[in-house]
Design a protein around this ligand. Structure first.
Ligand SMILES: C[S@@+](CC[C@H](N)C(=O)[O-])C[C@H]1O[C@@H](n2cnc3c(N)ncnc32)[C@H](O)[C@@H]1O
Length: 246
């Protein structure tokens, strides 16, 4: 999915607000990647606070460590078995993680476990069932988008977040949708960068047998024509869900 910088910043800022992040606070970023969002919350927590980012990808963690940050630590660890005692953090965040994990409930339950009573858990995930495209044959667009979402372990997890939060014992569960979209300019600029690269989606759908090779090619040609005519549009909604630990 394309990560437009302004879109990413708006989710980041909202998560910081939902966690009620403050100076001296302790926060965990689960599936932190190279740690951009861990650093955002660390700026608020300050030198008196503590932020930990964890990820299973040791290369991402090495990059995160190189960039460093105040009162921040990066660890190679698995979200299914968080290596911290109960109630270790004032807040816990994750973004675009659950779509990749084995067991979405176990990860949310672990996030709840390591959060202190009264603290917040915030998770933001896309749901590929919300993806829409204008500019190609609607049946082909639907087939490609469904195959694309299905190629992820949990490509449709966005809609399940409130249920997972309640199941994990979190209360005051609240949902906020964030919709990313791209038009002519976005499609052109992202296609070469492997982000929302619709030829990738067409390839996935073709390999999954959801569309024929000829249909995949036809669909991409239709989208190219739509771009030329200025009628192309694509959007995908991410759901940001917050809950409180009791
Ligand atoms: C799409 S990236 C998102 C990174 C970051 N949260 C962001 O929004 O920029 C998903 C990350 O989840 C990590 N991940 C996947 N499964 C994991 C697991 N079981 N435990 C911890 N991290 C995991 C991946 O290594 C990857 O860095």
């Amino acid at each position: 999915m394309a990560r437009d910088r302004a879109f990413s910043h708006s989710i980041d800022a909202r998560i910081i607000a939902l966690l009620r992040a403050h100076s001296g606070g302790r926060y965990l970023d689960v599936g932190c990647g190279t740690g951009d969002h861990s650093r955002s919350v660390a700026e608020i927590a300050g030198a008196a606070g503590k932020v930990v980012g964890i990820d299973t990808d040791s290369a991402a963690i090495a990059l995160a460590r190189q960039q460093g940050g105040p009162a921040i630590e990066f660890l190679v660890a698995d979200a299914h078995r968080l290596c911290f005692p109960d109630g270790s953090f004032d807040g816990c965040r994750a973004e675009r993680l659950l779509q990749h994990v084995d067991d979405t409930f176990q990860v949310v339950a672990e996030m709840a476990r390591i959060t202190v009573a009264g603290g917040a858990v915030a998770v933001c995930e896309p749901d590929w069932g919300t993806a829409v495209i204008h500019g190609g044959d609607p049946d082909l667009s639907r087939a490609v988008l469904h195959a694309w979402g299905s190629s992820l372990r949990h490509g449709f997890v966005g809609r399940a977040l409130p249920a997972l939060f309640r199941q994990a014992g979190l209360v005051d569960v609240a949902v906020e949708p964030f919709t990313a979209f791209t038009t002519l300019h976005g499609y052109r600029s992202v296609r070469g960068q492997q982000e929302w690269d619709l030829s990738v989606g067409a390839g996935i759908a073709k390999n999954a047998g959801a569309v024929s090779a000829a249909a995949a090619e036809k669909w991409l040609d239709q989208l190219d024509a739509a771009v030329r005519q200025g009628s192309f549009f694509m959007a995908l909604t991410c759901f940001l869900v917050k809950g409180r630990k009791v």
